[in-house]
Ligand binder design. Structure first.
Ligand SMILES: Cc1ncc(C[n+]2csc(CCOP(=O)(O)OP(=O)(O)O)c2C)c(N)n1
Ligand SMILES: [Mg+2]
Length: 327
């Protein structure tokens, strides 16, 4: 899959939109309009945007609590996401999900999950369902480096490999699991890719800050899975611009490391590629401005939206009555 200038420009604009939505979420949190916690994905944009551009519209995506970028890349609007973060009736999940549970089943965004590693077996299940139905869909699970030391990661990989399921595991390796460097607690250098050989599946490393490289790698591995060659593991190297969540100042990260990674901002890398391809600065500025307008309108609309109707508290909530028979 070669990325054309026109496509790259669209990917750039989408990444700017994600970055601006994240910035708005941060500002709204600081002004007390977003309650609870948020895990910003600023710095990770190229992974969600590049991967989504390589997938079919009906493919399935599973994300973590750091999933704003995936929801936006898979069809949720900034307005739906920000309204959800602000617990408004117009939110993506009508205020029942919040930042950590952004879900849009209609566009294949099958959820964001707060329990580290929990969604990997779910992605395997979705892939199995696609196989049984013969739809040609692929399921993609995005997760952090910390998930690679969780049992569910290994169970999911093994079953997916044994059944040769159409699932792609994408690790967003940002070097930290909350405040602990992944390298301090992992015996291999590549926490995801180096584990692939144990399950007999391909393991690759990609520059997760380069949207073009992510798109090409995901396309190749997803098509391989789609045509029956089974799962693969892609480790995308990246870095978060903010702390782990909310007001974490991330002082545990060496200044020199932060500076090096800020110098590899995915937006700058895409901008550099576009400039090299002859796209004028004015065209990039127009894209920036369009994204700024969309997000500003989203913030205004979310602020103006009503809170959820208390009479809807029990709608769209599934219960199997288990509380009675389990006790
Ligand atoms: C099973 C489980 N254990 C612990 C936690 C608490 N926790 C939330 S995020 C996190 C760090 C995960 O790091 P990583 O997988 O690298 O993702 P990142 O936050 O860097 O995107 C931890 C330990 C949790 N949510 N679930
Ligand atoms: Mg991490």
């Amino acid at each position: 899959m070669r990325t054309q200038v026109r496509e790259l420009l669209a990917l750039y604009e989408q990444m700017v939109l994600v970055r601006r939505t994240e910035k708005a979420a941060h500002d709204l949190f600081l002004s007390g309009l977003v309650k609870g916690t948020t895990h910003l994905a600023a710095g990770h944009e190229a992974i969600a945007v590049g991967a989504s551009a390589a997938l079919r519209d009906d493919d399935y995506v599973f994300a973590t609590y750091r999933g704003h970028h995936h929801a936006l890349a898979r069809g949720a609007t900034p307005q739906e996401c920000l309204a959800e973060l602000m617990s408004r009736a117009t939110g993506l999940c009508r205020a029942k999900g919040g930042s950590m549970h952004l879900t849009k089943a209609a566009t294949g965004m099958l959820g964001s999950y707060a329990i580290v590693g929990a969604h990997l077996p779910m992605a395997v299940g979705a892939a199995w369902s696609a196989r049984l139905r013969g739809t040609g869909q692929v399921a993609v699970a995005f997760f952090g480096d910390g998930a690679t030391n969780i049992g569910a990661f290994h169970e999911a990989l093994n079953l997916a490999a044994v059944w040769k399921l159409p699932v792609l595991f994408v690790c967003e390796n940002n070097l930290y699991m909350e405040y602990t460097p992944i390298a301090d607690v992992t015996a291999v250098a590549r926490p995801a890719a180096d584990r692939a050989s144990a399950y007999g599946i391909p393991g690759e490393v990609v520059d997760g800050n380069d949207v073009v490289l992510v798109r090409e790698a995901v396309f190749r591995l997803a098509e391989r899975a789609r045509t029956g060659d089974g799962p693969a593991l892609l480790e995308a190297e990246t870095y978060r611009h903010f702390g782990h969540s909310r007001a974490d100042p991330a002082t545990y990260r060496p200044a020199e490391e932060v500076e090096r990674w800020l110098g590899r901002d995915p937006l700058d890398i895409a901008r550099g590629r576009l400039t090299e391809l002859g796209v004028p600065a004015g065209t990039l500025a127009d894209a920036d401005e369009r994204a700024r307008d969309v997000v500003q309108r989203a913030v205004d609309a979310a602020k103006a939206a009503p809170g959820p109707d208390p009479r809807e508290a029990l709608t769209d909530v599934w219960a199997d009555g288990g509380a009675e028979w389990r006790t």
